[in-house]
Write a protein that binds this ligand. Sequence first.
Ligand code: CAA
Length: 379
Amino acid sequence: MDFELTEDQKLVRDTARDFAQREIAPKAAEIDKSSRWPAEILARMAELGFMGIAIPTEYGGAGLDPISYAVVMEEISAACASCGVIMSVNNSLFCDPVYKFGTEAQKHGPLTEVASGKKFGCFGLTEPMSGSDAQTMVTSAEKCEGGWRINGAKNWITNGPHADYVIVFAVTERSGGKVKHTAFLVEKGAPGYSQAPADHKLGIHAAHSCTIHFESCFVPDSAVIGKVGDGFKVAMATLDGGRIGIASQALGIARFAYEQAVSYAKERKSFGVPIAQHQAIQFMIADMATQIDAARLLIWKAAAMKGEGERHSLESAEAKLYASEMATRVAHKALQIHGGYGYSTEFPVERAYRDARITEIYEGTSEIQRIVIAANMLK
Ligand code: CAA
């Protein structure tokens, strides 16, 4: 058992940290306030290989491992949680399944464009009336000559407003009580594809999401990802990886909030001393530091297993559950340490407080992670 990053992973972390602190952190408040899509930052992230970290170089990626991915996600998210989730969706929810289940044509085409950051990808599983119980989706795809016609709507699609490609999950067979789903790679602009305006959210303001509609949207047979009828398994296996990304995003947000709290506690005085000298504050800082380290270990374990090609559904669910709830707690305490200033938009800790909350919801709520964990424990 080795708790240390390799020399290569440390180099990746240092590069990501240096870039995130120099080029993203100074803009994070502005892009949050203006809800601006950070195009110029994403272009730089693409140059650094961050849009397809664990994809082989022959398909436009950086050819690194899942631990490096988790480490970069933490660094980017510690500077800007919006940039973190844009990167996570591109890497985990688009590149990963196309690489794992896609055809050579899909890999040499859309995957290479998205992993290199020239284009963006997104993931269409959730629907207006189907979130946690994903199998109940109503979007359907009917076989027609040369391809399929997709009908339905997908919502809360992160990166949707900017994505060039979306992976759409649709029902392709219903017999008796049994439903089978299939995954399709759909290009924006396909006939019958349309988007609603971007959603308004509590946090991650620069990471835009929207509803995407499919009205008799034609895709050729070559758009199928994996086997016809295996789409639900493609979705679930993809989320096993995606949950490592969101756990790492939560970790980055928590670390940012913690660092803000520590530096504020050393400067702010009450009762004649810096508040860091009060045991009440020290205990909060001790709990935050311990929980941040614990989350990182869970994340690295899940990422290491993914890198070894082992099934990691349980470990990803544990990492995501713990890291996301931890981020909410840590951001809450960090804001508390700031007192009234923490509640003000003049201080960045309120952004962490808002941004942390979504990590308990997307890519499977905390309740869904507990279902996955319990199912693994009780089988
Ligand atoms: N890998 C591969 N296959 C898997 C799997 C996995 N991790 N998990 C389940 N499967 C397979 C099962 O083996 C089963 O196969 P068989 O039919 O051959 O037996 C099949 O999938 C169905 O499995 P379950 O019976 O366990 O499925 P279920 O209907 O009970 O649902 C669930 C399980 C865990 C609740 C699942 O619905 C789930 O994860 N829900 C949450 C969905 C979610 O995370 N949505 C997030 C949307 S994406 C997002 O947020 C993107 C964004 O924009 C940021």
